[in-house]
Design a protein around this ligand. Structure first.
Ligand code: COA
Length: 382
């Protein structure tokens, strides 16, 4: 991602709002309640007079509310700055964009590291179990808070796309369209296996302390770092890794560590990715989100009619990437089949890209053009 200096016009701010409190708690899909619930969010562009130009951006496993532009003192733009901004596929000259940190998060929205008002201590492992619907329930509450009743579009990659799909099932009348990039309607056994390796890396770290590590001053950083390294391998394609690193040595010449240290450049790269992630992310949030991913399965029998989709007028754009082996093309094809079988309008494209699953975060011209064309073709904002 490029690191350029911000122009004053692209300065953005992360705000926080309390959407649920003791008198009006969040009722989770499990029936448990949670209060208070604070949500960190950003908005870009301007809501038009009839409130018809809003787009909701749903982030993936390790994202946050800061999707576009620069905050004060930022040296890099938000994580989807290629997608969102003036003249970009999600064009903030025309659209009002909402981006929030997910429920259960660790970047401003209530999650396991937040204080439990009943005990005055961080929730830790006592944070209630959440599912995809709960993430969407909170997005919908934020929309109401902002005066938005219907969205032009909900959009996201990977876990973000799964939220857009869930939103359609929960409240189809609220979405004119949904854009799902490299997403899925269910994790495969291999996907779940990778989730479990990540969870075990965290939980087997002695600093995990059964999830009650906040008061110790440091969490299971080693375990979280290994979890990220494993995940990161699945975000890249084999072809890209070969091209970028091959068998290149990090320090040139020889193999000084004889297998016990960093010899290869790819090892050094993974350590960097793992350690920088562990310094910014909370292990309990990672555990919660991998579970949200694993249990998501809105179409257990793809042949069966889906009552929630009856009469659904939401238009879908599905995109997959040719080199993605995490949620590759067959995952999107399954969603396409279910939507078609239930009479929902869907457009699907596999985009050629060497970057693997991470393609959705990168500058892939065909992908950006497809989103631009689809979103631009939705009813013009008045
Ligand atoms: N040794 C150590 N560090 C190295 C290295 C090496 N041999 N080669 C590169 N790096 C470091 C760079 O210094 C840079 O560090 P910085 O980010 O601290 O400045 C970093 O690696 C660059 O990473 P890279 O993968 O090359 O960036 P990119 O621009 O190609 O991709 C992202 C950007 C955001 C897609 C990618 O970095 C990333 O974070 N991917 C994971 C995102 C994610 O969570 N995806 C899944 C969601 S489901």
């Amino acid at each position: 991602m490029s690191a350029t200096s911000p122009g004053a016009s692209s300065l953005v701010e992360t705000r926080t709002v309390t959407l649920f409190d003791e008198g009006n708690p969040l009722v989770l899909a499990s029936g448990a309640t949670l209060a208070p619930v604070e949500v960190a969010y950003e908005t870009y562009g301007t809501l038009n007079a009839d409130r018809s130009n809003a787009v909701y951006v749903c982030h993936a496993l390790t994202g946050d509310a800061h999707a576009s532009g620069y905050r004060e003192h930022d040296t890099r733009p938000g994580w989807w700055d290629t997608m969102i901004g003036p003249g970009k596929p999600i064009d903030t000259d025309r659209l009002f964009v909402i981006s929030s940190n997910l429920l259960g998060g660790c970047n401003g929205t209530t999650g396991p590291s937040s204080l439990d008002p009943r005990s005055g201590r961080p929730y830790g492992p006592r944070f209630p179990a959440i599912v995809m619907r709960d993430l969407v329930t909170v997005h919908r509450a934020l929309c109401r808070h902002l005066g938005v009743e219907r969205l032009r579009c909900a959009i996201g990659g990977s876990l973000g796309g799964m939220q857009a799909l869930q939103w359609t099932l929960d409240a189809p009348g609220e979405l004119e369209a949904a854009v799902l990039a490299c997403s899925t309607s269910r994790l495969s056994a291999q996907n779940i296996a990778f989730s479990e390796v990540a969870r075990q890396a965290i939980m087997r770290d002695p600093d995990f302390r059964r999830g009650d590590y906040y008061e110790a001053g440091h969490g299971p950083r080693n375990g979280l770092s290994v979890a990220r390294m494993t995940g990161h391998i699945t975000y890249l394609s084999e072809e890209l890794m070969e091209q970028r690193f091959g068998r290149r040595l990090q320090h040139g010449g020889s193999h000084p560590h004889g297998g016990l240290g960093i010899d290869f450049a790819v090892e050094s790269y993974l350590h960097h990715q793992g350690d920088s992630f562990a310094a910014r992310f909370d292990a309990n949030t990672y555990l919660a989100y991998t579970r949200v991913l694993d249990v998501f399965d809105p179409f257990p029998d793809e042949q069966a009619p889906v009552p929630e989709l009856e009469g659904c007028a939401t238009r879908f754009l599905l995109l997959s990437f040719s080199s993605d082996w995490r949620f590759g093309t067959p995952h999107s094809e399954r969603i396409e089949r279910v939507l078609c079988r239930n009479g929902v309008s869907v457009e699907f494209h596999e985009v050629a890209s060497p970057y693997g699953h991470d393609s959705f975060l990168l500058d892939v011209p065909e992908y950006l053009a497809r989103v631009q064309e689809f979103v631009g073709g939705l009813a013009a904002p008045r």
